[in-house]
Design a binder for this molecule. Structure first.
Ligand code: 3PG
Length: 226
């Protein structure tokens, strides 16, 4: 019998784990929506639509100019959701990320100067890793909460199953190519806390402002954790 996510959550030891705030991010919701916002006006209704469906965490990517202002608006107006900055690749943006009110940071990879600068600012972090060496480097530094990216392209669930032996302490958020169809398989794995994906915020629904449709997608995602 495998352990449930709640049981695994209880097994985490925040008192002794310096990265506990990062680890906790993996157990907020089964899916972390990865969103690209072009129009800042969409930010708050999108966050509210996700919350209405039961999703309590959102990663707003810094791939568009609207990313940081969107984080600020969500942090101010939607306290029910945990908002983080994603696609963080530039140390030079970190002060603005902190100032925006972002509650966590997600990186696609893990260059040490970027990781150090994020930790210096005290931000919980999901550090990206796609290879065993990157994962070993991060776990050796005490990071247990890792974003496995790009998951499907890097070996998928079979890869994560294989790394569970050598890296027993690492817990992953696989992201990249995750769909409602393959999410359950990942979520059933003992070294997966949640998955990440962009399918909850399709550009067509954002452009149309179809928030009820996003709530439906969010509800389906929230129910993925059995
Ligand atoms: C990410 O940056 O995390 C990915 O773009 C999300 O991948 P997906 O679009 O395949 O869900």
């Amino acid at each position: 019998m495998g352990t449930t996510h709640d049981e695994r959550k209880l097994m985490l030891s925040p008192a002794t784990d310096p990265t506990d705030k990062s680890l906790e991010l993996l157990f907020v919701s089964p899916v972390i929506p990865v969103v690209v916002i072009d129009d800042v006006e969409a930010a708050v209704p999108l966050a509210r639509a996700l919350v209405a469906g039961g999703i309590r965490i959102i990663e707003v990517t810094l791939r568009t100019a609207a990313g940081l202002p969107a984080i600020r608006r969500i942090a101010e107006a939607v306290p029910e959701i945990r908002v983080g900055a994603g696609t963080v690749t530039d140390v030079g943006l970190l002060d603005a990320v902190v100032e925006s009110g972002a509650q966590f940071v997600v990186t696609p990879g893990s260059p040490s100067e970027l990781i150090d600068a994020i930790l210096d600012r005290g931000l919980p972090l999901l550090a990206g890793a796609g290879t065993l060496t990157e994962m070993m480097t991060l776990t050796a530094r005490g990071h247990r909460a890792l974003k496995f990216f790009p998951a499907e392209q890097s070996g998928g669930a079979g890869f994560l199953k294989a790394v569970a032996g050598p890296l027993p302490g690492a817990i992953f958020c696989p992201t990249g190519g995750i769909t409602p169809a393959n999410a359950r398989g990942y979520l059933a794995m003992p070294n997966v806390g949640c998955v990440g994906g962009s399918w909850l915020s399709p550009p067509a629904l954002l452009t149309a402002g179809d928030w009820p449709a996003i709530t439906v997608l969010a509800r389906q995602a929230a129910e993925l954790r059995s």
